[in-house]
Write a protein that binds this ligand. Structure first.
Ligand SMILES: NC(=O)c1ccc[n+]([C@@H]2O[C@H](COP(=O)([O-])OP(=O)(O)OC[C@H]3O[C@@H](n4cnc5c(N)ncnc54)[C@H](OP(=O)(O)O)[C@@H]3O)[C@@H](O)[C@H]2O)c1
Length: 266
């Protein structure tokens, strides 16, 4: 499949972010994309770029190779039933980004043995910096690589087992909010020690970006990098230890566990 046609059905927030990211990556051209939603007037910007816009899901499926379902979870069953007659196992690959909809629930509705994936991106997909966790069923190695390659255009994608999808939702999707709250707290501290809000936000954001780059690009363990900035009896270790006395790591771990319990009980 040299130039697959990708249909994003239910192109709202996440669907449009995926579409925008794929176009910006230059790995996909506008004529390879089809977007659907009922209020197609909201997709005028994409239409102007040459993307095909439809309010008809079966028509989009018939014209595409990769189908991305970007609906709210409660819509998935009805749309799958609608498009099932048009899905063919020798042509289509299906990807659902709906939270909490299991692979077996999707496959139970399908008549053909279509390759099915679940992908859990986060909102940084809007700037092509998503962490996307992917699991699949009924797919061959080539199809699996094709879907990982696609989401690698939108950040970093890894394959995981489906049993870890809830944990991926917490660490990657909820994780964006945890990281942003960390930046906001830094910002508030920065204002208290003398910066205005704009400078405090810029300094805090770029510092967090730099710390992440040390780990991702430098392949370092966090504690190795912390050792480099903690001079004996210095100000960094004094601040860090004070944070730990007040439960910094513990509260973060407890928060992650609480999110996980919530997702598992809902
Ligand atoms: N936001 C996140 O951080 C995130 C992260 C990972 C996964 N997810 C998952 O992504 C999914 C989508 O979330 P979202 O925030 O993008 O939702 P959203 O903005 O509501 O997008 C869903 C879109 O589906 C369209 N739609 C509804 N019924 C339709 C139909 N029958 N045919 C065609 N289009 C239809 C709606 O547009 P019309 O009303 O105009 O049709 C709507 O714009 C959810 O399942 C969520 O769990 C979200």
């Amino acid at each position: 499949m040299t130039k697959p046609i990708i249909a994003i059905l239910g192109a709202g927030n996440i669907g449009q972010s995926i579409a925008r990211g794929l176009l910006e990556s230059k790995a996909f051209q506008a004529e390879q994309l089809i977007l659907t939603k009922r209020r197609i007037g909201q997709l005028a910007d994409f239409k102007a770029l040459g993307v095909r816009i439809l309010d008809n899901n079966p028509q989009a499926v018939s014209a595409a190779d990769i189908i991305i379902l970007a609906f709210k979870p409660h819509k998935i069953k009805a749309v799958l039933t609608e498009i099932d007659p048009y899905l063919k196992e020798d042509r289509h690959v299906l990807v659902s980004v709906a939270t909490g909809v299991f692979l077996h629930e999707i496959r139970d509705i399908l008549s053909d043995e279509v390759a099915v994936f679940r992908a859990m991106p986060n909102t940084a997909i809007a700037v092509r910096e998503s962490m996307t966790c992917i699991c699949g069923e009924n797919a061959n190695g080539g199809q699996e690589q094709m879907i990982i390659d696609l989401f690698n255009q939108l950040g970093i994608a890894i394959k995981i087992e489906e049993e870890h999808m809830d944990a991926a939702t917490v660490l990657a999707a909820c994780g964006i909010a945890y990281a942003l709250r960390f930046v906001r707290a830094n910002m508030q501290g920065g204002i208290e020690i003398g910066f205005d809000a704009t400078d405090a936000l810029n300094i805090a954001s770029q510092t967090v970006k730099g710390a992440a780059a040390l780990l991702i690009e430098g392949h370092q363990h966090p504690e190795d990098e912390i050792d480099k900035v903690t001079t004996p009896q210095g100000c960094t270790i004094a601040g860090l230890n004070e944070m730990e006395h007040r439960g910094f790591s513990s509260s973060l771990i407890k928060g992650i566990a609480a999110s996980f319990q919530k997702i598992r009980s809902s």
